[in-house]
Design a protein around this ligand. Structure first.
Ligand code: PGA
Length: 230
């Protein structure tokens, strides 16, 4: 695990504090940081803690660029399932961020990231099937930004977000190429249901069948709670 830092926290609250410390430090070091932003349940307490710190004047995100990680296809902007909407409500607006890159067209998105000079930080959750964003298994290290069909495993895990609403079958994701080129990657992992896939990610073979396993090639910080690791 060269270059990998694993920080264990006793519980999700500790995870949120440690992740907020890590992200705040990056923003203080480089105020115009470009950040790839995961939605999903795991990072939400972290984003809430960052919002508290912004409100308290402890950190300033006003020059940060927030970049969308993934999205469903075929839904309207005001659809409650819009991941763009979730990212705006949970991260962009509460942190006072004014610069964003939205993921709609793969070619334009990759050009926008190039114009930014690449991604400084990727904040990522870990799919129960090892996906990053919607880079579903199998995803090669150089898989580009693209549209795809979600796997049954992701359709199932994403049902947890939307209650009675169906999970759209199609999606678009920032490519593995962009995620793995980020200067820092931060993987947040919580809960016992992630234990097996976290061990596979950090200790199993590096394989397209577990796209997150390729993160070991990056400057990776993993912050996990005890339930997800022991
Ligand atoms: P979760 O999602 O944080 O809601 O567990 C992670 C993912 O599926 O990428």
């Amino acid at each position: 695990m060269t270059g990998v830092s694993l920080q264990l926290q006793p519980n999700p609250e500790g995870l949120a504090q440690a992740a907020s410390d890590f992200i705040s430090e990056q923003v203080r070091t480089k105020p115009d940081l470009s950040i790839l932003v995961a939605t999903g349940h795991t990072p939400m307490p972290t984003y809430a803690e960052l919002a508290r710190r912004v409100e308290a004047g402890e950190v300033d995100f006003s020059r940060v660029t927030a970049v969308q990680l993934d999205e469903y296809l075929g839904i309207d902007d005001d659809d409650p399932r819009s991941l763009w909407g979730w990212m705006r409500r949970s991260f962009v607006q509460p942190l006072g961020i004014t610069r964003t890159v939205r993921l709609k067209n793969p070619h334009q998105f990759e050009a926008a990231i190039r114009n930014l000079g690449g991604l400084d930080l990727a904040i990522l959750g870990l799919g129960p099937n090892g996906h990053l964003g919607f880079n579903e298994p199998p995803s090669a290290m150089d898989a580009p930004t693209r549209t795809l069909e979600l796997t049954p495993a992701s359709l199932e895990s994403n049902r947890a977000y939307w209650g009675e609403l169906t999970v759209p079958a199609g999606a678009i994701t920032a490519g593995m190429n962009l995620i793995l080129a980020a200067r820092q990657t931060l993987l947040l992992v919580s809960g016992v249901r992630k234990r097996g896939i976290l061990h596979a990610t950090l200790e199993g073979p590096e394989t397209p069948e577990v796209p997150a396993s390729f993160l070991r090639r990056t400057a990776l910080t993993v912050i996990a709670d005890g339930a997800a690791w022991t």
